[in-house]
Write a protein that binds this ligand. Structure first.
Ligand code: HEC
Length: 185
């Protein structure tokens, strides 16, 4: 017992002692105080630190940005939207140009089919009605190797290429792939 105060801090015969704290302990204590001031300055008093709440706000803003940059989903083509354009030769020509650059590699230059199925016969895996064809092109069949074209083409382009694909029905390709899917009634 060092630093024993005789009498001054004693009560009922019990002396209060003051043990000097070890300097290693005190030093750690002072360091935590200095650290806490730095911490407050960095994160709370206008420092450059990004706190939890601020971090959350930043992520939220980023999410909103990416969400609004996505192309609007294209689903639910209807038979009506094709009525007026089905026999429009200009639209069919645009569709043919799209078909040649984007589809011919898998469906053959004249729709006879190679990797992808024959588009000229009356057999369809996903339906041969014009709105069904448009939906297959829009959504694709990724598991079977048919690309989902919605993110890659505008709605107009999908309409154009659909009109062209529809016009291939009943034509005679140079080499026709064997039928796949169900026959159309
Ligand atoms: C990478 C190869 C590939 C490309 C490129 C491709 N397709 Fe396909 N397509 C396929 C395959 C494979 C299928 C068969 C999917 C299945 O078995 O369900 C298919 C299916 C289809 C079908 C449905 C046929 C049916 O019997 O129901 C249509 C319509 C079609 N593709 C149109 C297109 C159009 C239009 C393009 C160009 C914009 C295109 N495809 C580009 C591979 C491709």
């Amino acid at each position: 017992m060092s630093n024993k105060f005789d009498g001054e801090h004693s009560y009922d015969g019990i002396d209060e002692s003051d043990n000097k704290l070890p300097s290693w302990w005190l030093n750690i204590f002072y360091v935590t105080i200095i650290f806490s001031i730095g911490y407050m300055g960095y994160y709370h008093w206008g420092g450059p630190g990004v706190g939890l709440a601020e971090n959350f706000e930043m992520q939220l803003a980023q999410e909103k940005l990416t969400a609004s940059a996505q192309p609007p989903p294209q689903t639910g083509h209807s038979a009506e939207e094709f009525k007026a354009i089905l026999s429009d030769e200009a639209i069919k020509k645009k569709g043919q140009a799209l078909y040649t650059t984007k589809c011919a590699a898998c469906h053959g230059p004249d729709g006879g089919g190679t990797i992808g199925p024959n588009l000229t016969d009356k057999f369809w895996i996903h339906g041969g009605k014009i709105e069904q064809i448009a939906n297959t092109i829009t959504n694709g069949v990724p598991a079977k190797g048919m690309v989902s074209w919605a993110p890659l083409m505008t709605k107009e382009e999908i309409q154009q290429v659909t009109v062209y694909v529809y016009s291939l029905k009943g034509t005679k390709p140079a080499v026709g792939k064997a039928p796949e899917g169900n026959a159309e009634e």
